[in-house]
Design a binder for this molecule. Sequence first.
Ligand SMILES: [Zn+2]
Ligand SMILES: [Zn+2]
Ligand SMILES: [Zn+2]
Length: 140
Amino acid sequence: MNKLSIEEKIAAAGLKLSQGKKEILEILEKNAPISVPEILSSLKTKKISLNKTSIYRALSTLIKKKLVSEIDLGEGKKRYEASSKEDHHHHFLCNTCQHIYHIRLDEMLVSKIEKNIESKNKFSIENHKIEFYGKCGDCG
Ligand SMILES: [Zn+2]
Ligand SMILES: [Zn+2]
Ligand SMILES: [Zn+2]
């Protein structure tokens, strides 16, 4: 599998390369889903000055192009992570340390559940979000 560089991903999405987008994507690729204040402090560590407005603007562009996804686990803050089409997955939030883990599900099983819901309700399901909460191995 050939892995695209961050510059190539941004170009492939038809976006203009800016330092903000590049740095944010780089940070998000290395971390578990993080919030804007955490992005801000990572940028500071890298000695990059970018204000919140610019971060939100860069994020919203990256989200529109599906390079970043927004995760809301009901914590009262949103988190962001680098995403790609091939990387559909779910999350587990540890209620103790607040760490988020990526979870892969048997999507065939999920699709069976969806078909069941659709046939019972005449719905057409386009998307799903399934989240898990509990205590992680480090906290257990
Ligand atoms: Zn899924
Ligand atoms: Zn934990
Ligand atoms: Zn994830």
